[in-house]
Design a protein around this ligand. Structure first.
Ligand code: PMP
Length: 285
């Protein structure tokens, strides 16, 4: 069944949804995005994603084209019309279409707003959560404002392919001797019962799942240290894991061919995954 997608105020069958070839998202990656997961037909952490979206737009001097209430309404309608029980909603906002020019167009240029859904039945029961992921490291060659969620995703995409060529599932990117994050997730290790993850800054995306997981970990009396860690520290850690809106909490069991501890998902990652999914289901809108 063709999906209904949202483009600039209209709900259309996917084959009828179009945007301009002059769109700056297409020509300059002049666009921001969000991915919100859907569990049991309801949106996980809508407010967190809406807040980060507003920040990304503001950092790029773009207006917020839709109020939070209007955005929630659009997301809910797409979820219902497309019968999404478990899955994702993708949102992209660009600076709009204009003659190709590095300078931003007139501020009155209408922005492009696109939303679509992807159904992922059993999203919370991903088999990878039972086996864990293998990661391969690579240099972090992205730009310096990784805290803004832009659609410039070519380097992470290349890094993921390079990792796959090495027989791994994903890449962890490394800068100045420390892990920044995964290609599409935040990275963590556990050493002596302490959860370690890089502190917020312009070097990483401020994960919405990261914020929720760290809050839940602290509420469960776990100790969290926000600081950089090296690949060697990660390889000799008791556990490693990643977080993202679509993977929730996902154990990492191998780094550059070296097993982490006994090479199986660790108890902290498994517990945090359980708590996060349970709490997200309860609070979903
Ligand atoms: N880091 C990067 C580079 C990402 O692309 C993502 C997912 N979009 C994340 C971290 C995780 O963020 P979130 O928990 O908000 O999905």
């Amino acid at each position: 069944m063709p999906r209904t997608v949202y483009v600039n105020g209209e709900f259309l069958p996917e084959a009828e949804a179009t945007i301009s070839v002059f769109d700056r998202g297409f020509l300059f990656a002049d666009a921001v995005y969000e991915v919100v997961s859907v569990l049991g037909g309801r949106l996980v952490d809508f407010d967190g994603h809406a807040q980060r979206l507003e920040r990304s737009l503001s950092e790029l001097a773009m207006p917020v084209p839709l109020s939070r209430d209007a955005l929630l309404e659009v997301m809910r309608r797409l979820t219902v019309e497309n019968g999404i029980e478990d899955g994702l909603i993708y949102l992209q906002i660009t600076r709009g279409a204009a003659d190709r020019d590095f300078a931003y167009p007139d501020p009155d240029t209408p922005q492009t707003v696109v939303l679509f859904t992807q159904s992922k039945p059993g999203l919370a029961d991903a088999p990878a959560a039972r086996t864990g992921l293998k990661v391969a490291t690579c240099p972090d060659l992205r730009w310096g404002r990784r805290d803004i969620k832009t659609v410039q995703l070519l380097y992470p995409s290349m890094a993921k392919m390079a990792a796959r060529e090495q027989g791994a599932d994903d890449a962890w990117m490394v800068e100045d001797g420390a892990v920044t994050e995964g290609t599409s997730n935040n990275a963590y290790i556990v050493r002596g019962g302490v959860i370690v993850t890089r502190q917020l800054g312009s070097e990483i995306l401020h994960g919405i799942t990261r914020a929720a997981v760290l809050r839940l970990a602290r509420e469960a009396q776990m100790t969290v240290e926000e600081r950089p860690f090296t690949v060697e520290e990660a390889q000799s850690a008791d556990e490693a894991f990643v977080t993202s809106a679509s993977a929730f909490v996902m154990p990492v069991v191998e780094i550059d061919g070296r097993p982490v501890a006994d090479g199986t998902p660790g108890p902290v990652a498994r517990r945090l995954r359980e708590i996060y999914i349970e709490e997200s289901r309860k609070a979903a809108l």
